[in-house]
Design a protein around this ligand. Structure first.
Ligand SMILES: Cc1cc2nc3c(=O)[nH]c(=O)nc-3n(C[C@H](O)[C@H](O)[C@H](O)COP(=O)(O)OP(=O)(O)OC[C@H]3O[C@@H](n4cnc5c(N)ncnc54)[C@H](O)[C@@H]3O)c2cc1C
Ligand SMILES: NC(=O)c1ccc[n+]([C@@H]2O[C@H](COP(=O)([O-])OP(=O)(O)OC[C@H]3O[C@@H](n4cnc5c(N)ncnc54)[C@H](OP(=O)(O)O)[C@@H]3O)[C@@H](O)[C@H]2O)c1
Length: 445
């Protein structure tokens, strides 16, 4: 394995794999590679240390997935980098079990991830990758400290906050994406606040606002969905977070994928039941028990289509999809909980022309998580968390990250280092007689 340095000396031999970004996805890959002797891999991260969505680390937020779907357990339960190993190392396994968490606090899971990141030797922090180019048979990564060369890349730069174009001119102290909530909410001087977006981020911001001791007088929460929809966390629905489902999904054409994705959206993007209950009970308490004067307007089916500055804040133009009406709302501050999107990092500008995009301008991802590009076949650009459309809803979640990392390692080594043979699916996704595996991922090794 690679020594604990950032390998920027021009004389150093090319890495087998260079990772860009160290969030949970690439941390999972780095953890699994720690047990694979013959791969020289190193990962680079902009931040000074591991930090998991710090701008959304609001009070009492919880993990939406099982702690057993950690960095390694689903494919290598004997790894030292499991969540259970972290609990044991911190001498709190029994205490954790006695706490009977229905969902693990996100703070705890973030501490686990940081604990792993603090020990792996194949990571370097405070090294933003500024530019990636390709020369002959290797990628060159420009860092502030020099250049690293690698035969293969793995992108783990995550998703980027989505800001609607009408909001861009107003971005700042009083109009911001939820990814900055933790830092901006405490100092926010606003008595009328609009939260736009009815997903889990919007819910967590609303809950934090209702619990804060601020001067809030009016809260407008807009959701474009039919209602403030809960996450579908039931047994059959959760089958979409299984390798078997991915193998089946890969057999679909583009239109079928889009349909399947739409149909499964609430398995991933709905509101946690605990968040819904917390908000509802807080509103109940404010209204009936505390007699506090916060006017909370909950407006589903609303598409915010325009924002204008008015003399003491913002004027929002909102289309009501329920009855077709158009409404006007006013706010002193706006929190945009409008989602996240995958896009190639700016460092890829020079490679952009060589990468294939589909008609919706999405970078094309092959079944084995490689971007389709015009360079030599043996130089691969793997991409994590980039395949929500190509590989299904689970790709943007933690649930299958260990399995996806194992798949990438198998593809890199050209063999079955990890046993990824699918289990028997309890749900028959494909037509009878169709062998999902043979026609999807197995082909690319
Ligand atoms: C608030 C929040 C909570 C979530 N909770 C859950 C959950 O409970 N369960 C679940 O299944 N999913 C959850 N998700 C969805 C998903 O699992 C997370 O977004 C997860 O963090 C994705 O991991 P990632 O490594 O792909 O990306 P990220 O976590 O976004 O990490 C990407 C990293 O790349 C770095 N980077 C970017 N560009 C460069 C560059 N040029 N050079 C170097 N480094 C760079 C960034 O600094 C960052 O650290 C959550 C999402 C959000 C927004
Ligand atoms: N605690 C946790 O575990 C946690 C916390 C936060 C996030 N997450 C996860 O991270 C992912 C992202 O969640 P998210 O809440 O940030 O994003 P999201 O689920 O994509 O929700 C964003 C919402 O904003 C809506 N929206 C966008 N533009 C709008 C507009 N102009 N007017 C009204 N509504 C608008 C979208 O509507 P449409 O639906 O119509 O597009 C969407 O419903 C999810 O998978 C989520 O589960 C997890």
């Amino acid at each position: 394995m690679v020594a604990n340095n950032d390998r920027t000396s021009p004389a150093s031999e090319a890495l087998d794999l260079a990772g860009i970004g160290i969030g949970p996805s690439n941390l999972s890959l780095a953890s699994l590679l720690d047990g694979v002797g013959n791969v020289r891999a190193h990962f680079y991260e902009s931040r000074a240390s591991f930090d998991w969505h710090p701008g959304m680390m609001l009070p009492d937020v919880e993990l939406q997935s099982s702690y057993l779907k950690d960095l390694v357990t689903p494919v290598m339960p004997t790894s030292p980098w499991s969540f259970i190993s972290y609990l044991v190392a911190h001498k709190r396994l029994y205490a954790f079990l006695n706490a009977h968490y229905e969902a693990v606090p996100r703070r705890e899971f973030a501490q686990y991830l940081a604990w792993v990141a603090g020990q792996l030797k194949n990571l370097t922090f405070e090294r933003p990758v500024r530019e990636v180019t390709f020369d002959k048979d290797q990628f060159l990564l420009r860092l502030d400290s020099g250049t690293v060369s690698a035969r293969n890349l793995v992108l783990g730069t995550g998703t980027t906050p989505f800001v609607p174009s009408w909001a861009t001119p107003f971005l700042g102290e009083k109009c911001f994406h939820n990814s900055q909530a933790k830092h901006r909410l405490p100092g926010l001087k606003a008595s009328r606040i609009a939260v736009i977006g009815g997903g889990q981020s919007g819910g967590e911001v609303v809950e934090a606002l209702l619990n804060s001791k601020s001067t809030l007088k009016e809260l407008n929460w807009f959701s474009r969905r039919h209602n403030f929809e809960p996450i579908n966390d039931t047994a059959f629905s959760n089958q979409v977070f299984s390798p078997e489902y991915v193998y089946a999904y890969l057999n679909l054409n583009n239109d079928q994928k889009l349909e399947a994705l739409k149909a499964s959206i609430l398995t991933s993007d709905g509101l946690s039941i605990s968040t819904i209950n917390a908000i509802y009970r807080r509103l109940y308490s404010l209204r009936y028990l505390e007699n506090r004067n916060i006017e909370a307007k909950l407006s589903p089916n609303r598409d915010v289509i325009q924002v204008e500055a008015d003399k003491d804040g913002y004027r929002l133009i909102v289309r009501n999809r329920f009855d077709g009406g158009v409404e006007v709302a006013h706010a002193d501050a706006i929190v945009l909980a409008t989602g996240y999107q995958f896009r190639l990092p700016d460092a890829f500008a020079g490679l952009q022309e060589r990468i294939q995009f589909d008609r919706n301008n999405r970078a094309v991802l092959n079944n084995d998580y490689c971007l389709s590009w015009s360079g030599p076949k043996q130089n691969r650009i793997f991409a994590q968390n980039a395949g929500r459309h190509s590989h299904g809803i689970a790709d943007s979640q933690l649930s299958l990250m260990a399995w996806r990392s194992a798949h990438i390692i198998n593809a890199l080594l050209g063999g079955d280092h990890f046993d990824l043979e699918p289990h028997d699916s309890q749900v028959n996704w494909l037509s009878t007689g169709h062998d999902a595996m043979s026609q999807s991922m197995a082909v690319d090794y």
